[in-house]
Design a binder for this molecule. Structure first.
Ligand code: HEC
Ligand code: HEC
Length: 445
């Protein structure tokens, strides 16, 4: 009896501590970013205030940019989540199913009493109704539910859907948010595949539903194909999926071009994603997308010039940009320091890695693009971009990118495989020991 009561009390205290620590950490981070001793002179640009960063964080985590018009109204995804017993269709999505397709739960949004009940095994994680409760608490990372009473009437997604994970501190898939970490567990294709109405996708791509289902099933965890809705190419020439790994949204400061194939700057890509991929409501210009030869789908759909009277995106690009640049880069402490020191010398010297991956950002300073030939790789993905190049991937925070492999499509399962690739590509003649040292250096970035 006493032991049980004590256990419950400890669980409650633990949950309260988690909440407290989360609040303190967030405040400390914001304070640290916004600390500035110099007062801006009259007329000079003010440094980003904690208010702007807090707004950026709010947008990154919670803003759908009105995309519920697509995910809810058009695809009807909310009805598949609710299930027929709760006013939707089909079996519904239980918390267990949601976690199994990689969705994450923000533990700090769960009231302590509910947290204790979960810990005590008193919450049925096989019941879609519990998913609705989590959505109502705004606890499902990157997914917003819209309710009338207890009825789920629509849903939308936010940047955090793909670019955040949690630290699993409460349970696997449940913990404190890690903004900017790529969610390499998230099976975007499986989630979109649940949509009761796929007409918006079959219409856009001009293919039948069976084809759309096949494509969505081919992506797998941690991947999404941002170019599919532009060029309609779903598979590489070798028959494998054309989807790319979800990249980190941290560690991008000081870097010119972004995405695996260098589409543009961070604000460019944020506007691109919010309008064309999330299907938010805004304005967007990129005349390169009117090239019907390279981008038949985008040209047909008028993606080169998107106009909406109501713009829920453009005014948010500034704070969103600043927030992304302020995201801390995680560093692993679990690597061999002595080996990494020798690895650093190889990275900067014999390995020629720093020719492109220039510290501290680990991408080229300047125009950071290369042809497939320069790194002994094929040009399938680069030719899906208006640059026809690959962008030198920034290497910081490797600890957050260990799942799903390396290079844009995860073709190299380990860092050692990447190093082996460069060893043969550049005829470096690295010994096995030198390769290990190089890997240890990368593991600590
Ligand atoms: C459905 C998943 C998904 C969502 C939602 C999403 N992204 Fe991404 N993001 C990706 C993928 C995949 C790429 C890589 C695209 C490529 O290289 O072709 C990417 C690339 C990026 C990059 C470039 C990273 C780099 O290494 O240069 C940034 C920055 C980014 N996203 C920010 C955002 C922001 C901000 C939002 C919200 C407005 C957002 N993303 C929404 C999947 C997503
Ligand atoms: C000529 C420029 C160039 C040189 C030299 C170069 N890289 Fe790269 N690196 C790239 C490009 C471009 C990519 C992106 C390839 C892709 O995604 O398909 C990349 C990707 C990587 C990745 C994958 C990162 C990820 O998250 O997917 C690693 C790791 C890496 N390089 C390490 C190295 C090491 C180690 C060396 C030295 C042995 C090196 N690179 C030399 C341009 C270069």
């Amino acid at each position: 009896m006493i032991a049980k009561a004590l256990g419950r009390l400890l669980a409650l205290l633990g949950a309260a501590l988690v909440l407290y620590l989360a609040v303190v950490l967030v405040n400390v981070t914001i304070a640290a970013v916004s600390t500035s001793t110099a007062k801006p002179s009259r007329g000079a640009a003010a440094p980003p205030s904690s208010r702007v960063l807090a707004r950026g964080r709010q947008i990154f985590r919670f803003d759908t940019f009105g995309d519920q018009a697509f995910w809810g109204s058009a695809l009807q995804l909310h009805r598949a989540i609710a299930g027929s017993k709760n006013g939707g269709v089909g079996p519904g999505v239980s918390p267990k199913t949601a976690l199994s397709v990689g969705l994450k739960v923000d533990a700090t949004r769960i009231p302590t009493s509910v947290a204790a009940a979960i810990k005590a095994g008193k919450v049925n994680l096989n019941d879609p109704k519990v998913t609705l409760t989590l959505l109502k608490l705004n606890a499902v990372v990157g997914v917003r539910g819209f309710f009338r009473g207890n009825r789920l009437t629509s849903m939308g997604i936010t940047c955090a859907f793909c670019h955040s994970t949690v630290d699993n501190s409460f349970a696997p898939g449940i913990g404190r948010r890690r903004d900017g970490w790529p969610n390499r567990d998230l099976n975007v294709g499986a989630i979109v595949g649940l949509a009761p109405n796929k007409k918006p996708i079959t219409g856009l791509l001009q293919v039948d539903e069976a084809t759309v289902n096949k494509v969505l099933a081919s992506w797998g965890p941690g991947k999404f194909d941002a170019e599919l809705f532009l060029d309609g190419k779903a598979f590489r020439p070798d028959g494998k999926s054309a989807a790319t790994l979800i990249p980190a949204a941290f560690g991008l400061d000081g870097i010119n071009l972004h995405t695996y194939t260098g589409w543009g700057s961070v604000p460019y890509w944020n506007a691109f994603v919010a309008n064309l991929e999330m299907h938010g409501i805004g304005n967007f210009d990129d005349d390169r997308l009117s090239n019907a030869k390279q981008f038949p789908v985008a040209a047909r759909a008028g993606f080169a010039h998107v106009r909406n009277k109501r713009d829920l995106i453009t005014s948010k690009l500034g704070p969103l940009h600043l927030y992304q640049l302020s995201l801390p880069v995680p560093h692993s402490k679990r690597f061999n320091r002595a080996a990494a020191r020798r690895g650093k010398a190889i990275f900067n010297g014999k390995g020629r890695c720093a020719n492109c991956h220039m510290p501290p950002a680990f991408s080229d300073a300047g125009w950071n693009l290369h042809t497939g030939e320069e790194i002994c790789t094929d040009n399938f993905q680069s030719s899906r971009s208006p640059t026809f190049r690959y962008r030198t991937t920034p290497l910081r925070g490797i600890v957050a990118k260990t799942k799903g492999g390396f290079y844009h499509d995860g073709r190299y399962p380990t860092l050692r495989a990447v190093v082996d690739h460069y060893d043969s590509c550049f005829k470096l003649g690295l010994s096995s020991r030198e390769k290990t040292e190089l890997v240890e250096y990368l593991r600590g970035r």
